[in-house]
Design a binder for this molecule. Structure first.
Ligand SMILES: *[C@@H]1O[C@H](CO)[C@@H](O)[C@H](O)[C@H]1NC(C)=O
Ligand SMILES: CC(=O)N[C@H]1CO[C@H](CO)[C@@H](O)[C@@H]1O
Length: 237
């Protein structure tokens, strides 16, 4: 009996996945979010999706990148990726989870934070800020990819969190947002340059990050990059 309970407890990993809409220019990057779901599923994690119940900062026409004159709700749009199963971020009870994962996409910089408009002067969504502090305080791992590590830079820059948003310099066609690395350092984070096949693990703070679509990479490379992050997070539980 005891061993049964034990093995069940050991295999049951509850992970909260934070979405920020649906679509690279105004929400969660779809490939990264789906990739995280697939890798978590392969890791036998039980996943619950959360998103802030508020309006998106922008709604972008993804065929031409232009802003559209309409309002959309971050939670409602995130439900597209979560196949309907998404809870308000304000209701996230950290004690129910073993790890937290935040995929990228401009939603992370527009709806989970204001990095897109304010850079290092950014604010972090108040509910996400609370949740990050709770996971960190309980020594539970937090994984982020693409532009989302900027949020960890803001939240934990004061303690010199180690992270990556890919390369800090490089061909602009390949690394279009390389300036984000300097912004992370301006917020107090210690940035390590890694290419699409790399991952940075801050063992002390249990913060894991990988570049994903910070690089103009192929979908399978992004899937691999997200997978590296997820695997390290699962290993830190
Ligand atoms: C989105 O952009 C395309 C390409 O410019 C345009 O044809 C279309 O009308 C736009 N759709 C909306 C709803 O604005
Ligand atoms: C429309 C709106 O409320 N957008 C917000 C998205 O989230 C960021 C971070 O909390 C805010 O700065 C935006 O104002």
């Amino acid at each position: 009996m005891l061993s049964r309970t034990f093995s069940r407890a050991a295999s049951q990993r509850n992970v909260a996945l934070i979405l920020s809409g649906c679509g690279v220019y105004d929400g969660s990057e779809a490939t990264e979010a789906v990739s995280a779901l697939i890798h978590l599923s392969e890791s036998k994690a039980s996943v619950t999706c959360y998103a802030p119940d508020k309006d998106q900062m922008h709604v972008i026409n993804h065929t031409n990148g232009e802003e559209m004159e309409e309002k959309r709700n971050v939670l409602v749009e995130s439900a597209r990726i979560a196949r309907g199963a998404v809870e308000p971020l304000a209701s996230l009870d950290s004690s129910s989870y073993d790890a937290l994962i935040v995929p990228g996409g401009f939603g992370a910089a527009k709806n989970l934070s204001s990095f897109a408009t304010q850079g290092p002067e950014m604010e972090v969504d108040a509910d996400l800020s609370r949740v990050l502090d709770e996971f960190k305080g309980a020594s539970k791992p937090i994984g982020l990819c693409c532009i989302a590590p900027t949020i960890a830079a803001k939240q934990f820059g004061g303690i010199g969190v180690k992270l990556t948003v890919g390369l800090s310099t490089g061909d602009e066609a390949v690394w279009p947002h390389a300036g984000a690395a300097g912004a992370c350092e301006a917020m107090g984070a210690i940035h390590t340059d890694v290419d699409i096949d790399g991952v940075v693990v801050d063992l002390e703070n249990k913060i894991v990050s990988s570049p994903a679509y910070m690089k103009n990479a192929a979908p399978h490379e992004v899937h691999f990059s997200v997978g590296k992050m997820v695997k390290e997070v699962m290993g830190l539980i």
